[in-house]
Design a protein around this ligand. Structure first.
Ligand SMILES: Nc1ncnc2c1ncn2[C@@H]1O[C@H](COP(=O)(O)OP(=O)(O)OP(=O)(O)O)[C@@H](O)[C@H]1O
Length: 308
């Protein structure tokens, strides 16, 4: 569905995307995971055929965006990072106008709009003004709008940024349904849980480069232990960070990461490690044992956390 080789994007002298290779197969859910500024949106805009490629090779649905932009745009759906809904129009008319824009007949659009409102669970809001919708509803409407032309490939830039946990789950569930229906999903996110929930395969991006690629599970296996024990200590003396405890626990774990507010002990058995911490007379004010996530993968690869 997408093939990129040595893909680059520059803005003046600044290189936002610095030569990436990506392949997305039909029917899969593919993710670009990375912090703000990693180059995810710049990549997505090239894939959406709205931003010209600076260098490298890019094919979308086998077509070259420099030549076949309109043909590509007719067959894909794009859900941008910011909701760009028409606030003057009702919920229904936002979809209707978009469908007409794609050249669909009045009757065909009306039918499609009905289906889509149903799909994103907004049928009872059909006549509401966009301004009166919640953030989650607006996002679902934007997703519905991106589906008007029944795309084979749906691009979603940060689909749940800014939504509360419940609204995020509704969006995830709808996207999961689309995937079941055979739509290829490509999404960017800086939420590791979103990448883990939704994607079959992903690339981790940092500073314009791909730093890792694989399924969420593969990446976690490759770059982390199975479990993580988190320790928080009280901030007793000013200026005394969590690093002052490292020496006393370093030999208990395969790897220790020091964050400003906690220590992460990478280990096969978190509970066992925690017991040893207590045996040594250390008294963290809070502890947590959890399985490793893509956040740990990112930390390992870049030395930074995904969300600052
Ligand atoms: N039109 C532009 N002109 C100049 N610089 C840009 C432009 N668009 C993006 N950039 C820069 O390119 C870099 C990558 O931005 P991009 O939006 O692709 O990152 P991102 O990973 O999608 O992050 P975000 O989640 O913040 O959108 C950033 O440093 C950004 O400031």
């Amino acid at each position: 569905m997408i093939e990129a080789r040595g893909l680059r994007k520059s803005f003046g002298g600044f290189e936002a995307v610095r030569g990436i290779d990506v392949e997305v197969r039909r029917g899969e859910a593919f993710g670009f995971l990375g912090p703000n500024g990693a180059g995810k949106s710049s990549t997505m805009r090239m894939v959406a055929a709205v931003s010209p490629v600076t260098d490298g090779r890019l094919r979308i649905l086998g077509l070259d965006p420099a030549v076949d932009g309109p043909a590509i745009r007719a067959r894909i759906g794009v859900c941008p990072q910011e909701d760009t809904l028409d606030t003057e129009l009702s919920v229904r008319d936002n979809l209707y106008v978009y469908g007409r824009y794609f050249g669909m007949g009045r009757r065909e659009v009306r039918e499609r709009v009905g289906e889509l409102l149903d799909f994103v669970q907004l049928t009872d809001k059909a006549d509401a003004r966009v301004d009166d919708l919640s953030g989650g509803m607006k996002r679902r409407l934007t997703i519905a709008r991106s589906l008007v032309n029944s795309p084979e490939l749906l691009l979603l830039d940060e689909p749940t940024t800014g939504l509360d946990p419940q609204a995020r789950h509704v969006v995830w569930e709808r996207l999961f349904r689309l995937k079941q229906q055979g739509v290829t999903l490509v999404l960017t996110t800086h939420y590791m849980d979103e990448a883990e929930q939704l994607t079959d395969r992903l690339v981790v991006m940092d500073k314009g480069l791909v730093v890792a690629e694989g399924s969420p599970l593969q990446l976690i296996r490759e770059h982390s232990t199975r479990e993580v024990a988190e320790l928080r200590f009280g901030v007793a003396e000013p200026g005394a960070g969590h690093d002052r405890h490292v020496e006393r626990v370093a030999d208990l774990a395969e790897r220790v990461e020091v964050l400003p507010d906690r220590l992460l002990l990478y280990t096969a058995d978190g509970e066992e490690t925690l017991a040893k911490v207590h045996e040594r007379g250390l008294e963290p004010v809070a502890t947590l044992v959890r399985r490793a996530t893509l956040e740990d993968v990112f930390l390992r690869l870049t030395g930074r956390t995904l969300v600052d």
